[in-house]
Design a protein around this ligand. Structure first.
Ligand SMILES: Cc1cc2nc3c(=O)[nH]c(=O)nc-3n(C[C@H](O)[C@H](O)[C@H](O)COP(=O)(O)OP(=O)(O)OC[C@H]3O[C@@H](n4cnc5c(N)ncnc54)[C@H](O)[C@@H]3O)c2cc1C
Length: 463
C-alpha cells in the first residue's frame, strides 16, 4: 500500500518530515529516493497520479495471459541500470527475436538487412559539423544515389524510435547519442515477462511510506537554504506546503514547460532561467500506441501480399507505408494473438487527441492496408483494444524528449544542480544521450541523488 495522507486536515502541512522532496514517482524519482534513503537521507516523493511508475503503465486484463504495456515496453540496448534492477528483483527477461518485414504498395517483403541499410545513412551524422535538422541532413542525400531507399527507412526510424519531427530534431544530438546501427549490443531489445511495472514496484519496495500519490506540486519556492512546495491533494481545494532542504524534480519536460495554471504545471519562484533554455533546446516527441488483442494469430496464415512459400509466422516488426499507424509489432517469440501499432513523430501528433474508438478504427484500417487484407477481416478478429493519450495526459504532455536544432547540450545543462538546492532529473535530463529510455531515467535519478548527497554532506561539514 502506498502512503495516503488524504485523512490529514487539508490545511495542515503534510506530516512528512523530509530532507529532500522528490517531485514525480516515475523511475527517476523512485531511483533517487532509494539512493538517498540508503544513505540515511529522509525523502518524500510527491506523485500527481494515483499510481507510481509514470510513463511505465502496465495494465492487466483477465482476457490476456500476459501484461499489456501502454508506456515503455522494451529494455533497449545494454541498459545496465535496468539489468541490475531485473537481477536484484528476480525479473524474467526475454529477447525480442524474429523477422522484420516491410509493407510497400500492398506487397510484403522481408527486411533482412535493416540495421546495415540504416547505417549507410546514419554513419554520415557528424557531431562536429554545424547543427541542423535531420530533414536538412537527408536533403544532402547521405549515402548517395544507392541509398535513396535507406533514407526512407532512416526517416521512418527517426520518426518512430525518437518520436521526432525530422524537421526539428538536431543531427548533433542524433550523432552524440550514437546510431544504434553501429553496435549490436545497443540494438538488442528485451521484454520483461511479468510487466514493466515490476521495475517501479521494485524501486519503491520497503519505502512506500515515503510516497504520497495524488499529490500535484503546483509551486516551488526556492532559495539558498531550501525549498517550499505547494501541493494539491486529489480534489481538495486548498493547498498544503512541504518544506525541505532540497528538491529533485523529475516531471517530464512537457510538464515543466506547460503554461502557468494548466493542470500539472509548476510555477517556480524565483523564475528559473534554465527553463528558457529547455524551451528552446528540448521538446516532447509524440507517440500513439495501440495494443490490439485478436482471437487468433491470423496474420501467420497465408496472406496474399506475402511472397509464395513465406509467412508472417515469425514476424516481429513490420514497417508499413499505409495509413495513420505505419509501424506494427507482435509479441513474438511469444505466441500471443496481439499486435501493437505505433505512430511516432508527426504521425503520432496527427492521431493524438482523437477518441480511443477513432484511433482504433484508424489503426485497424492501417493494419489492413499494410497487410493487404480487408478491413472486415481484421475487424472480425478483434477482441479488445487499448491505448493511452500521452500527448494530452496532463502529467506527461508527450511521450519522451528529443533535442531541437541547437539543443544538443540542453539535457546536460538541465542535469546541473541549481544553487545546491534544486536538481532536475528524469529521462530528459539524461546527459549521455540515453534520454527517452527507462534506464536513462533511472541513471539520471541516481546521478541527481548522489549529487544531493554530496551537497548535504558539505552542509553538514560547514555547520
Ligand atoms: C508510449 C511510450 C513508449 C515507451 N517505450 C519505451 C521503451 O520501450 N523502452 C524504454 O526504455 N523507454 C520507453 N519509453 C520512455 C520511458 O517510459 C521514459 O523515458 C521513462 O519511463 C521516464 O521516466 P521518468 O521518471 O523520467 O518520468 P515519468 O515516468 O514521466 O515520471 C514523472 C512523474 O512525475 C509525475 N508528475 C508530473 N507532473 C507532476 C506534478 N505537477 N506534481 C507531482 N508529480 C508530477 C508524473 O505523474 C510521473 O509519474 C516509452 C514512453 C512512452 C510514452
Amino acid at each position: 500500500m502506498l502512503f495516503d495522507s488524504s485523512s490529514l486536515p487539508p490545511n495542515k502541512r503534510l506530516k512528512l518530515g523530509a530532507d529532500v522532496a522528490i517531485v514525480g514517482g516515475g523511475v527517476a524519482g523512485l531511483a533517487a529516493m532509494r539512493v538517498l534513503e540508503e544513505r540515511g537521507i529522509r525523502t518524500c516523493v510527491l506523485e500527481a497520479r494515483s499510481r507510481i511508475g509514470g510513463r511505465i503503465h502496465t495494465v492487466r486484463d483477465p482476457r490476456v495471459a500476459h501484461p499489456i504495456e501502454l508506456g515503455a515496453e522494451f529494455v533497449h540496448g545494454s541498459a545496465p541500470e535496468l539489468l541490475a534492477v531485473a537481477r536484484d528483483a528476480g525479473l524474467l527477461l526475454y529477447a525480442v527475436e524474429g523477422e522484420r518485414w516491410r509493407a510497400r504498395g500492398g506487397r510484403l517483403t522481408r527486411l533482412e538487412d535493416f540495421w546495415k541499410r540504416l547505417h549507410t545513412v546514419m554513419r554520415h551524422l557528424d557531431a562536429e559539423q554545424a547543427d541542423r535538422s535531420f530533414a536538412e541532413f537527408l536533403d544532402d542525400a547521405p549515402g548517395g544515389r544507392h541509398a535513396a531507399d535507406a533514407r526512407v527507412l532512416a526517416r521512418a526510424f527517426v520518426e518512430g524510435f525518437h518520436a521526432a519531427d525530422p524537421r526539428r530534431i538536431s543531427v548533433r544530438y542524433l550523432a552524440d547519442g550514437g546510431s544504434p546501427s553501429e553496435d549490436a549490443r545497443e540494438r538488442r531489445q528485451l521484454r520483461i515477462a511479468d510487466g514493466y511495472d515490476r521495475v517501479p514496484e521494485w524501486l519503491a519496495h520497503g519505502l512506500q511510506d515515503r510516497i504520497v500519490t495524488q499529490a500535484v506540486v503546483e509551486r516551488i519556492e526556492w532559495g539558498d537554504d531550501g525549498v517550499a512546495l505547494s501541493v494539491r491533494r486529489g480534489n481538495v481545494p486548498s493547498v498544503t506546503t512541504i518544506a525541505a532542504r532540497a528538491a529533485v524534480i523529475t516531471v517530464p519536460i512537457g510538464v515543466l514547460l506547460a503554461p502557468a495554471g494548466e493542470p500539472g504545471a509548476i510555477a517556480f519562484a524565483p523564475h528559473l532561467p534554465i527553463l528558457d533554455g529547455v524551451r528552446s533546446g528540448l521538446t516532447m516527441g509524440a507517440v500513439v500506441r495501440v495494443v490490439v488483442l485478436f482471437r487468433e494469430r491470423w496474420w501467420a496464415d497465408h496472406l496474399r501480399a506475402v511472397p509464395r512459400g513465406a509467412s508472417l509466422e515469425s514476424m516481429v516488426f513490420l514497417q508499413g507505408d499505409a495509413g495513420d499507424v505505419p509501424v506494427w509489432w507482435s509479441l513474438y517469440p511469444m505466441q500471443a494473438p496481439v499486435l501493437i501499432g505505433w505512430a511516432g513523430g508527426p504521425a503520432g501528433l496527427r492521431l493524438a487527441g482523437r477518441s480511443s474508438s477513432e484511433i482504433q478504427e484508424r489503426a485497424l484500417a492501417a493494419l489492413a492496408a499494410n497487410l493487404g487484407v480487408t478491413r472486415r477481416r481484421v475487424a472480425a478478429q478483434v477482441v479488445a483494444c487499448w491505448t493511452h493519450d500521452w500527448q494530452h495526459d496532463p502529467f506527461s504532455r508527450g511521450a519522451y524528449s528529443y533535442a531541437l536544432v541547437g539543443g544538443a547540450q540542453s539535457a546536460r545543462r538541465l542535469a546541473r544542480s541549481i544553487k545546491g538546492t534544486l536538481w532536475f532529473a528524469g529521462e530528459a535530463a539524461e546527459p549521455e544521450g540515453r534520454n527517452g529510455t527507462v534506464h536513462g531515467a533511472i541513471g539520471s535519478g541516481r546521478r541527481a541523488a548522489l549529487s544531493v548527497t554530496r551537497a548535504l554532506a558539505q552542509d553538514a561539514r560547514r555547520s
